[in-house]
Ligand binder design. Structure first.
Ligand code: IMP
Ligand code: MG
Length: 424
């Protein structure tokens, strides 16, 4: 019996994909419950390197069933491309992939409005991925969304789309864009919908039966807690909750069913898009970290902002998620640093302050309290046990564990599946 959630404990891009790929080897059911094609999970395995946006990374375990649950915002174009890529690589998806008919769909106007709004906002823009996520979730909660199920009926789909275009074309034109044509969208989306029909199936009973039957269920989160709409530095967030608890609404998992919550965190911090990043490194050190970690967005290719490990934030996100364990990724990226720093907390106007007591304007002014650590200056990519890590790396990991108060049970030292080890 086990239901395990894998969630991000920072600003996304923590390496959840590889952790799910790994744990997914032993899982029976793998469920993606939040986010959309704004997410980019990089997975490297014997079949190649894949940038997954919508299909759960667990698809690479041929014995597992994977679910795109109702909480996921579907981009049918991205999904089609992704499915083609994994099928071409030899992955059998037939009878193994289920897509909830409750999923809302990103429409062309969502993507256009995402971009036009960001541009109109100028300096106030938040740096979205421009995948239409904000506008699509806004439509979902304001009763304007179009669900996969709506596309099953041609008349329903046409009616819904025409109503939306009545509203959206006004907005598009007012923002300097062009009005969209219903017929064109209907043709393309009906075709995309038809291609997905074999996978569309309400997964609720299958999920409940799997849990009741003691099957191993893995919940794959997207993004990270620091992008949660409520608990991050609003409005520098994403439109859906990346917390383990969001799996209740996003996949129909009762909160009492969660057994393990694995918070995945990088050995340092990165953020893509705007908003506070108190431990950010500007200049040479930030560039060194970005180059060492090849920190460029999997979805947009944007350079990620880099900084030291922020224990204040991770302590908070682990509490918020109810993390039962941590997976620490990308330790190897720090291999060549002479000295490292960890932020143990924040100060504002000279006084200690907690993350949760700060609003966005305060967070922008917070100073991290930095603690210095000796670097280890040698490669860790071939290390396969904690005891074989250089002493300085061991104490770096142990210090993070002590500051967070949650056991680090997995350490990753490279992108390949085997570049990792467990700690008791
Ligand atoms: P949106 O989700 O595209 O609306 O973007 C909102 C914010 O969340 C922006 O700062 C994005 O860069 C960030 N974001 C969204 N998805 C991801 C992700 O998967 N990894 C990292 N940042 C993300
Ligand atoms: Mg990512």
């Amino acid at each position: 019996m086990s239901v395990t959630a894998v969630v991000g404990g920072q600003w996304g891009d923590e390496g959840k994909g590889r952790v799910v790929d790994l744990l997914g080897q032993d899982a029976d059911l793998i469920i993606r419950f939040n986010g959309g094609a704004n997410a980019g999970h990089t997975v490297m395995n014997e079949l190649g390197t894949f940038k997954m946006h919508l299909v759960p990374c667990g698809i690479f375990n041929p014995r597992a069933t994977v679910v795109i649950a109702n909480g996921v915002m579907l981009d049918l174009e991205v999904l089609a491309t992704e499915l083609n890529e994994i099928i071409a690589a030899g992955v059998d998806v037939e009878n193994r992939l289920l897509i909830s008919p409750r999923c809302h769909v990103v429409m062309p106007y969502h993507k256009l409005l995402d971009g036009l709004c960001e541009e109109a906002k100028g300096a106030q823009s938040i740096g979205t991925t421009r995948r239409g996520i904000g506008p699509a979730f806004a439509d979902k909660v304001s009763y304007n969304g179009i669900r996969l199920a709506d596309m099953a009926d041609d008349d329903v789909f046409r009616d819904k789309l025409e109503t939306q275009l009545l509203l959206k074309n006004k907005l598009l034109e007012a923002l300097g864009g062009e009005a969209l044509d219903a017929d064109e969208i209907l043709t393309t989306y009906r075709e995309r919908y038809q291609a997905l029909v074999p996978f569309i199936c309400e997964p609720f009973d299958i999920i409940q039966e799997a849990m009741a039957g003691g099957r191993r269920v893995l919940l794959e989160g997207a993004q990270g807690a620091m992008l949660d709409t409520d608990w991050s530095a609003y409005p520098y967030c994403t439109a859906a909750s990346p917390l383990a608890g969001a799996s209740a609404a996003g996949a129909g998992i009762p909160p009492t069913r969660l057994d393990d919550i694995i918070c995945v965190v990088k050995a340092y911090s990165t953020r893509v898009g705007n908003g506070p990043l108190p431990t950010e490194l500007h200049g040479e050190q930030g560039d060194a970290l970005r180059e060492a970690g090849q920190e460029y967005g999997a979805t947009t290719g944007r350079p990620r902002r880099c900084g030291w490990f922020d224990a204040e934030v991770v302590r908070f996100t682990c509490t918020l998620n109810g993390a039962t364990e941590l997976a620490l990724t990308r330790l190897d990226v720090l291999d060549n640093f002479e000295t490292l720093r960890i932020s143990t907390g924040y100060r504002l106007d000279g006084q200690p302050v907690s993350y949760v007591a700060c609003d966005v304007r305060m967070l922008e002014r917070c100073e991290p309290v930095l603690e210095e650590h000796a670097g280890w200056k040698c490669p860790t990519v071939d290390v396969r046990s904690f005891g074989d890590l250089p002493a300085a790396a061991q104490s770096y990991v142990e210090r993070i564990e002590e500051l967070i108060g949650v056991p680090i049970k997995t350490v990753c030292v490279g992108p390949e599946r085997e570049q990792r080890f467990s700690r008791a």
